[in-house]
Design a protein around this ligand. Structure first.
Ligand SMILES: Cc1cc2nc3c(=O)[nH]c(=O)nc-3n(C[C@H](O)[C@H](O)[C@H](O)COP(=O)(O)OP(=O)(O)OC[C@H]3O[C@@H](n4cnc5c(N)ncnc54)[C@H](O)[C@@H]3O)c2cc1C
Length: 319
């Protein structure tokens, strides 16, 4: 019985959410009195995962893993879980993680909890806290099967560090081309942008920004803060911004440390995707805008004036 964590990386760098997942896995392993094992597939980052709590690391570099395919990755994680007797598997709830977890749950005949935001309670059974109803409620989910899979929302668990080095384990890899039913022929990757789901800081714009000609104000503040950019649904529907930036009930759910919303009214469907943010700052000309009720900080003012003032001030402080 051990805890297995999928260590997701991109172009030779582990994602921050991987360190969070490993820290979570180590805490859980300590709680259960067992081993914390990290698995890297296709490639790995440079860090030794022992620094984040992994006792052991498994790496698969077979060429079948070079292009991401949820089937081959689920197979690799499943075979590792079986060979190393792991009964809890932890995956970050990133795009990659979300596509692997359900396949893995079927392979392992496992109980699965998605949207996990708190450490598992293992005193009486195995229960985790998850978000529910588009972030409007919290659910306590009991996992009854022997095999358990948790997907952890990025930015939900702090990174812990250890003065340890993990042991590298070599396992037999039984993956074959015949295990994969579909092949990804090509992928188009956005470069130089912070992925929204993993961003700690997000600057978002709504219809109050008036048009694409003002979006540089959002981008300049984002660049000054090292933040990702997002938008409301009408903004992406009008093609002012790409759909990949649309947050809310029908868009992406995010949980940054700081969410700055400029010219967004705060409709319930928008809040559904952002209310998990640790701190919300709203800029709106209308003091009655509903978003102010959900805000930690509110600025009643014209976003076209407030955004550049904030950017200037931040750049001054950073000098
Ligand atoms: C089924 C369904 C699903 C939906 N899913 C989503 C979703 O996932 N995400 C989402 O965002 N919406 C979603 N919506 C739409 C949602 O209901 C709202 O219509 C939308 O969020 C409003 O976008 P907005 O705040 O940008 O625009 P508006 O509602 O037009 O608000 C603009 C705001 O900007 C303010 N403003 C105007 N000028 C300025 C200025 N110069 N400076 C500062 N503030 C200014 C105004 O006071 C106003 O509060 C959904 C709706 C439905 C029915």
């Amino acid at each position: 019985m051990a805890v297995l964590i999928f260590a997701e990386s991109d172009s030779g760098f582990y994602k921050k959410s991987t360190f969070e997942a490993i820290s979570y896995g180590r805490k859980l392993a300590d709680q259960l009195g067992t081993t914390c094992i990290a698995i890297s597939i296709g490639n790995k980052g440079t860090e030794n995962l022992g620094s984040f709590g992994a006792h052991q690391e498994v790496l698969y570099v077979n060429e079948l893993y070079q292009t991401f395919n949820p089937q081959s990755y689920a197979k690799a994680i499943s075979q590792t879980a079986q060979q190393l007797d792991c009964n809890v598997i932890i995956i970050s709830q990133t795009y990659t993680g979300k596509s692997i977890a359900p396949l893995l749950a079927i392979k392992q005949n496992a109980s699965i909890a998605t949207g996990v935001i708190g450490m598992a309670n293992t005193i009486d059974g195995f229960t985790v806290k998850t978000t529910a109803f588009s972030n409007k409620a919290i659910a306590h989910v009991k996992l009854n099967q022997e095999q358990k899979i948790l997907t952890i929302i990025p930015n939900s668990y702090q990174i812990n560090t250890y003065s340890e080095t993990s042991e590298i384990i070599n396992l037999e890899d039984t993956i074959a081309a015949s295990d994969i039913n579909s092949t990804v022929l090509s992928t188009h990757k956005e470069t130089g942008k912070i992925p929204l789901t993993e961003a700690e800081l997000v600057i978002s714009g709504g219809r109050g920004l008036k048009g694409t000609e003002n979006w540089n104000l959002v981008e300049e503040l984002a660049s000054a803060l090292g933040a990702a950019t997002a938008c409301s649904k009408p903004v992406s529907d009008m093609e002012w911004r790409p759909h990949s930036e649309h947050v809310g009930q029908t868009g992406i759910t995010i949980k940054p440390n700081l969410y700055i919303a400029a010219g967004i009214s705060g409709a319930i469907q928008h809040l559904a995707g952002v209310s998990g943010s640790k701190v919300i700052c709203v800029i709106n000309t209308d003091p009655e805008a509903p978003f102010f009720k959900a805000a930690d900080y509110g600025i009643v003012g014209d976003a076209l004036e407030v955004l550049p003032r904030l950017t200037r001030r931040i750049l001054e402080i950073k000098k």
